[in-house]
Design a protein around this ligand. Sequence first.
Ligand code: F6P
Length: 500
Amino acid sequence: MNDAWSAVETSESRPLLDLFESDPDRLSRLTVEEAGIRFDFSKTHLTQSIVSAFSALAEAQDLAGAREALFSGKEINVTEGRAAEHSAERGQGAPESVARAAGLHARMRGLIEVIEAGAFGDIRHILHIGIGGSALGPDFLIDALGRDGARYDAAVVSNVDGAALEEAVADFDPQATLVVIASKTFTTSETMLNARSALAWLEEGGVSDPYGRVVALTASPERAVEFGVDETRILPFSESVGGRYSLWSSIGFPVAVTLGWGAFEELLEGAASMDRHFRLAPLERNAPVLAAFADRYYANVRGAETRAVFAYDERLRLLPSYLQQLEMESNGKSVRTDGSPVGRATSLITWGGVGTDAQHAVFQLLHQGTHLVPVEFLAAVEPGHSLAEEHHRQLLINCFAQGAALMAGKRSDDPARSYAGDRPSTTILLDRLEPSSLGALIAFYEHRTFVNAVLLGINPFDQFGVELGKEIAKSIDSGDGPEFDPSTKALIERALGEGG
Ligand code: F6P
């Protein structure tokens, strides 16, 4: 394995423009079309020999075995003793897990029909409460796909800052609101506090049985029952579906309610088509695999610390936040699955924004700054609005111009006006932003994250790094923790008026 890594780490590339010049097939070799999405990796420094070196590393790390273990429901999340069965939610997994997921989906569909039939009264608003993986996916999908034809007003509240809940319900009528509490564990303190405040808001708004208006989405149904939710309104999902991989499970309930069951099914089918591609395509034609090779190349060979994602599409404005959890919570680790130090850079720091706004804010650094930042551009051929075509034409022109400019650069006698060029980018072009293509896109990112983890030998499915802060918050709350440092003590005293 070390030999395979050293072959990768000593691999050399050439300037991007030279690579194009010397290889007429470069574009077609590094472009993959799948599920209505064009993935163009040709403006990265990947070459045939770099792809071969990474393929050898993938073999040394048994990527094929790890992939089969993922899809067949083996216990690959070893530190938590669980499988990682998000793909079973879209029909790609161990037969018993697929059957169980289908059963839970049928139950979810049944509850949606009950809501549609008016059993909860005239519901017009969906208030979804959750955080992290229990909020980011629904928020992203509803924002991306719910702009036309959403059947309910939906708001997603995650932050424990009361301002978030207050703002979310400002235009909601409590009498017409269904409250959805989403929490895999049903113990997350922010979600529980927001849930209690939402129940109080329903009650103050004259709802006689606030608990009767609550739907719970969880892998811990017994805790939801303890909280007071009736069993008939609890939509469980499997413990083996990780929080940040859970939008395909009952965590997708607000998406299915808001967009309709048909759209939710299309989302799952789109993801399933990416699953099949990831499983079957050879490594050098496999979109998530090539993307992960590029990630590792920039992180481990070129020393990049971040990667930036810019969607030239308002509908994808929440994509960077979604990816931040998926990628950084999964791969922001320092030890391998066996506990030994990884010894090389792991997750890139994901950041980004929307084009064209970002061009007028952060692109200066991308074009002339000292950091190497691989950039990812996303766009859709079809516009997501009905204004004059010129808007979309300008949007796409700008997107493509930025990738070309980063790569080509421009010499000038004036150093302040010089662009070094040779700055890498990937372009992901969707024919159309619709449930199936978005499902495929998200599954692409999941598998890319997985391949990165396999190459590094880390477990992408645990997240122990978030626990210490939670523990300390608890001991500040209870006041019976250990003695804090002088800075923390002073802050507690000043803002909370407590002895710390
Ligand atoms: O604190 C991190 C985390 O555990 C995430 O992994 C998860 O998505 C989020 O909290 C919410 O957890 P839950 O769904 O159990 O409320």
